[in-house]
Design a protein around this ligand. Structure first.
Ligand code: SF4
Length: 203
């Protein structure tokens, strides 16, 4: 796994594999944040969510009393940086999904925060953030039953009762907060993180 070669294009573009990082030893992973893929900063440092979009997310989580390494861990749908920061292909996502399924099984989070359409689609099997939000809101009062996740790899490893929260990618929040889309995504992202924080047992 340290030298996984399953995705030729990603192997050619990565500096290193970016492994998930979960809360410090002995701490309970209340939330697992799942993003799309490592970017340039993550690829250089070997750690996920360390670029500008990542810092935007951490600030939002801290506003709600959640600290990286204490309350939540971070992972990505694919562990290697795509060239030119393109989206990972469906084949690459499929190659890396068993890794993600294992990470979810090990972390056993109460909630999963899926950041961006690609991450949400990979987990649920449903295309489109709006479609995912409608689907998930429909089941708002109960944790999503695992059998409703279309992705079979993820479904098999989903912790009992863990709830899924999709939110927009934090790039528009980090770079384009004042554009109409930035404001819309910002409001939606905040709403999802605040719903998630309200659901969590006190840690
Ligand atoms: S993205 Fe995942 S499956 Fe593809 S080469 Fe990297 S570690 Fe392997």
């Amino acid at each position: 796994m340290d030298n996984c070669q399953r995705c030729p294009s990603l192997c050619a573009s990565r500096t290193q594999i970016v492994f998930p990082d979960l809360p410090e030893f002995g701490r309970y992973c209340r939330v697992l944040v799942i993003g799309e893929a490592p970017g340039a900063d993550e690829d250089a440092q070997g750690k996920g969510f360390v670029g500008r979009a990542g810092h935007t997310l951490h600030a939002l989580m801290e506003e709600h009393g959640l600290r990286r390494g204490h309350d939540y861990g971070c992972a990505n749908i694919v562990r290697c940086r795509p060239p030119e920061n393109r989206k990972p292909t469906d084949i690459e996502i499929g190659m890396c999904l068993p890794n993600l399924a294992n990470t979810i099984a090990n972390a056993r989070p109460v909630a999963v925060l899926a950041v961006g359409e690609t991450a949400t689609r990979a987990i649920t099997g449903i295309r489109g953030l709006s479609e995912n939000l409608r689907f998930l809101r429909y089941h708002d009062h109960d944790p999503i039953p695992a059998e409703m996740l279309c992705n079979l790899n993820i479904r098999a490893m989903w912790p009992h009762g863990a709830k899924l929260f999709p939110m927009p990618h934090t790039s528009p929040l980090a770079w384009n907060r004042n554009a109409p889309d930035g404001r819309k995504w910002s409001a939606w992202g905040r709403e999802q993180v605040s719903l998630l924080a309200a659901l969590l047992p006190k840690g």
